[in-house]
Design a protein around this ligand. Structure first.
Ligand code: PBG
Length: 340
């Protein structure tokens, strides 16, 4: 035991300045908190599979499951009941529905559109964000059409426009192109407007980096094994910041309503700069690999999952994100509801 009374008392600083006073008790800490995380800031990404009563765990994302539409709808209703404003949908197709052109992407009755219609019918008061890119649909796992190993920009944009139109017609509230082709936001905006969807929003994955952190997602949508090479000719180089600002500026000029930075935690400087420079609704994506890292550490007993989840989500808010896509949305919503 240390005898505190006998310790020499020395204070090196100005005795008037004791920042710790504002941390003395929980109520003071609440009063002086600068940033808050609310359930209103959460978007829940979900994976949908064909069939009925299907529930497939994703090995690299503990707690995350691919669900068939009949099970997805009640899960989305639960998210709505917890106060989560929006879900993001990703389809996982069987290999025999994939081809080099990603043709299934533009089928008005594809899995994605059926899921959108079911959610809008059964849970109309939750927002739906629909990813637009060809990778879940192509046999090579790239986000666009490939010729001689090159991803063709303008030809891909034409398909993305059709994909956006079928999703908007199925009730998608926010079209979210994640493909990183040039000029796709403007092309999609024009096509939506011409077809009477002028209120369908566009959230551009504006600053999307080529990243190792997408690994578990590619397991979840079963594209990982298919992908040859990498996505560095279209997704951004993690060395760059100014380029991210240019991407954001172009997407805003082309009509994006919201912009996204992705991945999240390793790119908080980008989130901060985008929000500071443009002041527009800025979303961040806490991607699959970020989620997997927290889960893996927690499984080993090395970190507390719930605490690290809330701490990282608050970090996104501090950096300037208005909303965060996170696989932990349901967990976070429950924790917030319980007063954490
Ligand atoms: C596909 C897409 C990806 C993610 C969202 N949309 C993967 C990729 O670009 O290869 C990643 C999401 C995550 O890792 O959680 N265009």
């Amino acid at each position: 035991m240390v005898d505190h009374a006998s310790l020499p008392r020395r204070f090196g600083g100005d005795p008037r300045q004791r920042p710790r006073r504002n941390r003395v008790d929980a109520w003071t800490r609440r009063l002086v908190a600068e940033t808050r995380l609310s359930v209103d800031d959460l978007i829940w990404p979900v994976f949908v599979v064909d069939g009925e009563n299907q529930r497939e765990p994703v090995a690299s994302m503990p707690g995350v499951e691919r669900l068939s539409i009949d099970l997805l709808v009640p899960a989305v209703a639960e998210a709505r009941d917890l106060g989560i404003p929006c879900v993001a949908l990703f389809p996982c197709l069987p290999a025999d529905q994939k081809d080099p052109m990603g043709s299934e992407a533009t089928n008005p009755d594809n899995l994605m559109c059926r899921a959108l219609r079911a959610i809008k019918r059964e849970v109309p008061d939750i927002g739906t964000l629909g990813d637009v890119a060809l990778d879940p649909y192509t046999s090579h796992g790239h986000d666009g059409i490939v010729t001689d190993g090159r991803i063709l920009n303008d030809e891909t944009v034409a398909v993305l426009v059709q994909q956006s139109l079928v999703q908007a017609a199925a009730g998608c509230d926010i079209i979210a192109p994640s493909d990183m082709m040039d000029g796709r936001v403007g092309a999609i905006r024009d096509a939506l407007d011409e077809s009477g969807h002028e209120l369908t929003r566009i959230c551009a994955y504006a600053a999307k980096y080529a990243s190792a952190f997408y690994g578990p997602f590619r397991d979840a949508v079963k594209t990982g094994g298919l992908l040859k090479g990498d996505k560095r000719t279209y997704q951004m180089d993690s060395a760059n910041t100014n380029e991210a600002l240019r991407e954001v500026q172009l997407d805003l000029e082309e009509g994006a309503d919201m912009v996204m930075v992705k991945p999240g935690l390793p790119y908080l400087d980008i989130v901060h700069r985008v929000k500071a420079e443009f002041g527009v609704p800025t979303f961040a994506y806490q991607v699959s690999g970020e989620f997997a890292m927290m889960k893996a550490a927690a499984r080993n007993g090395w970190m507390d999952y719930e605490k690290s989840l809330l701490e990282t989500l608050l970090a996104f808010r501090r950096a300037g994100a208005d909303a965060i896509l996170t696989y932990g949305a349901i967990d976070a919503a429950r924790l917030l509801r319980a007063g954490h």
